[in-house]
Design a binder for this molecule. Structure first.
Ligand SMILES: NC(=O)C1=CN([C@@H]2O[C@H](COP(=O)(O)OP(=O)(O)OC[C@H]3O[C@@H](n4cnc5c(N)ncnc54)[C@H](OP(=O)(O)O)[C@@H]3O)[C@@H](O)[C@H]2O)C=CC1
Ligand SMILES: CC[C@](O)(C(C)=O)C(=O)O
Ligand SMILES: [Mg+2]
Ligand SMILES: [Mg+2]
Length: 338
């Protein structure tokens, strides 16, 4: 049974100075939620950072990552995973004196041995099971998102209590903070995003859309059927599990669920999921991703560019533009053209 924390002593984190390195999806949410919970926060950003103006506009103090790391008792690393090892060497390690705490929102660099902190510091992880923008929005609404907590090094004997206090300041204990290890967090997170949440879901949505459009149906209908309505269906699962979704949809849809699902997600699909998990566990997947970044991310940027103007994206932009109540947003244009 998982150990789940719903309470923590906020006083511990309020008594520390916290540096948030990075101000992207997670960084802005952590910095703002901590600040609103009465914690002393500074943001560390590299020279020329596009995020700097946003952080300053929110009233946050922004310095270089090295200055923030030198100032802080707790250093939370919220920059992209594959750049963290270099940032650690340049800006964090020189200031990681005994008694400080190094924190992550994902265990990648510790799990795969890219960062090896010195003895004498605490190393922990608070990993929201949520995109950063929701971590902020749900906190502002008075709720919280679930999260995982893990300790890699406990020099002070207080590493878990401090990480839980940090999580509470983010609102995460309102939903539950599950104790885990860096390995379990890293491997399950990489598996979930690759096989189900991002890889699996977007491939399913695109294949459904393409099947309908190639058969001559209108792209607008295919968009609503395969992308827009998926959110509404997942919302039912989110609130009441698969059973409530099946209760809310028609019996005809439920019959389609039982007859269609197993034809698409077959034993072969599950065998591929197991292979994906094995590659994550033995480090092949992490090595490939680190190498892709080291060699300039050409393949990655080409995938991003190709999907940016996929027909489902073109028709989606037009339809969302007619529904301002959805609060439509545009992702930045890809760095390269398709
Ligand atoms: N995205 C999510 O919701 C989740 C992310 N995580 C983890 O959180 C961490 C951060 O990911 P995410 O929030 O997606 O990252 P983003 O890509 O959204 O943001 C990265 C931020 O880091 C800044 N940055 C880049 N390089 C440097 C540097 N050298 N020094 C200082 N700042 C830098 C960027 O600035 P600029 O853009 O101005 O260059 C940007 O503000 C990762 O470990 C990730 O695995 C965990 C759970 C969910
Ligand atoms: C599902 C993707 C994620 O793991 C997350 C939002 O939890 C990420 O790395 O962004
Ligand atoms: Mg995740
Ligand atoms: Mg992830």
């Amino acid at each position: 049974m998982a150990t789940i924390h719903y309470e923590a002593d906020l006083g511990l984190i309020r008594a520390r100075k916290v540096a948030i390195l990075g101000y992207g999806s997670q960084g802005h949410a952590h910095a703002l939620n901590l600040r609103d919970s009465g914690v002393h926060v500074r943001v560390g950003l590299h020279a020329g950072s596009a995020s700097k103006a946003k952080a300053e506009a929110q009233g946050l103090t922004v310095t270089s990552p090295a200055e923030a790391a030198a100032w802080a008792d707790v250093i939370m690393v919220l920059t992209p995973d594959t750049g963290q090892a270099a940032l650690y060497q340049e800006a964090i390690a020189p200031h990681l004196t005994p008694g400080k705490t190094l924190m992550f929102a994902h265990g990648f660099n510790i799990r795969y041995g890219c960062i090896e902190p010195p003895a004498g510091v605490d190393v922990s992880l608070v990993a929201p099971k949520s995109p950063g923008h929701r971590v902020r929005e749900v906190f502002v609404e008075g709720g919280g998102t679930p999260a995982l907590v893990a300790v890699h090094q406990d020099a002070s004997g207080q590493a878990l209590a401090l990480a839980l206090s940090y999580a509470a300041a983010l609102g995460l204990t309102r939903a539950g903070v599950l104790e885990t290890t860096f390995s379990e967090e890293t491997e399950t997170d990489l598996f979930g995003e690759k096989a189900v949440l991002c890889g699996g879901a977007s491939a399913l949505v695109k294949a459904g859309f393409e099947t309908l459009v190639e058969a001559g149906y209108q792209p607008e209908i295919a968009y609503f059927e395969c992308l827009h309505e998926l959110k509404l269906i997942v919302d039912l699962m989110y609130r009441g599990g698969l059973s409530f979704m099946r209760y809310s949809v028609s019996d005809t849809a439920e019959y389609g669920d039982y007859t269609g699902g197993p034809r698409l997600v077959t034993e072969q699909t599950k065998a591929e999921m197991k292979e994906i998990l094995k590659e994550i566990q033995d480090g092949r997947y992490a090595t490939a991703w680190i190498e892709e970044n080291r060699t300039g991310r050409q393949w990655f940027e080409a995938q991003r560019a190709a999907d940016h103007d996929h027909p489902i994206e073109q028709v989606g932009r037009k339809l969302r533009g007619m529904m301002p109540f959805l609060d439509p947003v545009e992702a930045p244009a890809p760095a390269v053209k398709a």
